[in-house]
Design a protein around this ligand. Structure first.
Ligand code: UDP
Length: 245
């Protein structure tokens, strides 16, 4: 099997991908489904690190907006802990389909997972383990998109792959506007200037500053994680220069 162009990828999964469409919480059927696709992709010989979100359980910003009596920083800590819950689910799902894994957290909790240490994470990846990175950056007021950008740089991934439930980056929300146009290729500058909904601004800036390519693709199409890892031209690629043929 052709291993494709990437040696190491960082896959960003949103918490929503762990819930049934339109629902919240965790559906292990969904988690195992994504786990199976991820293992299939990794079996091409590509090292895979996964940053997992927590939005299916709690997002700090929306939780504070809807509740008095909780400080925003506290709500963000709650959101980070939600990603650990998802990380534990993903770890068992991956192992149930035969993968070797490590769960690492940016907030120490040795009873359930290893602390995130960059060099140790790289070692695990080199040994072929799928490394799940939970608790975001460990700091409040950002999202797991920023954690994904940060970790992709630290771990020297070749690409950051953001799994979404639509086919890529559109001119408008495709779930609301049927005339929204799908872009195949964009520069970081275009994303910023046109305010396109890709990742939060901090994450885009970080990727732009260090020329980390971002692929936004639809994880709900069977086999797409493997296609993405194999370098097939799916989704939207965001990088410095537009040159996709
Ligand atoms: N979060 C945080 N710091 C981080 C990453 C996440 O405070 O470095 C909190 C933040 O409140 C966020 C929540 O954890 O809303 C869950 O993550 P996110 O919203 O990114 O999950 P996703 O949308 O990917 O499911």
């Amino acid at each position: 099997m052709n291993p494709g162009p990437f040696r190491r990828v960082l896959l960003k999964l949103s918490g929503d991908s762990f819930a049934r469409l339109g629902e919240r919480g965790i559906s292990m059927d969904e988690v195992v489904h994504i786990a199976r696709q991820t293992v299939q992709a990794a079996s091409r010989g590509v090292q895979v690190a996964v940053v997992i979100g927590g939005g299916n359980i709690l997002r700090g910003a929306s939780f504070t907006a809807g509740n008095t009596g909780v400080q925003e920083a506290t709500a963000h800590s709650m959101g980070m802990l939600a990603t650990v819950i998802n990380g534990l689910a993903l770890q068992d799902a991956l192992e149930s389909v035969g993968a070797q894994t490590r769960l690492m957290t940016a907030i120490r909790m040795e009873g359930v997972a290893e602390p995130y240490i960059r060099r140790r994470a790289k070692r695990h990846l080199e040994k072929g383990r799928i490394v799940i990175l939970a608790a975001g950056t460990g700091s409040p007021f950002v999202t797991t998109d920023t954690a994904a950008a940060q970790r992709s740089l630290e771990l020297e991934a070749d690409i950051l792959m953001k799994a979404t439930r639509v086919d890529g980056v559109y001119s408008d929300d495709p779930e609301k506007n049927p005339h929204a146009v799908l872009y195949r290729e964009l520069t970081y500058q275009q994303v910023r200037e046109q305010n396109l909904r890709v990742m939060d601004a901090t994450a885009i800036s970080q990727c732009m500053e260090h020329a980390m390519p971002i692929l936004v693709f639809n994880y709900r199409k069977e086999g797409n994680i493997e296609r993405a890892v194999a370098g097939e031209k799916i989704g939207t690629i965001i990088h410095s220069i537009v040159n996709r043929s």
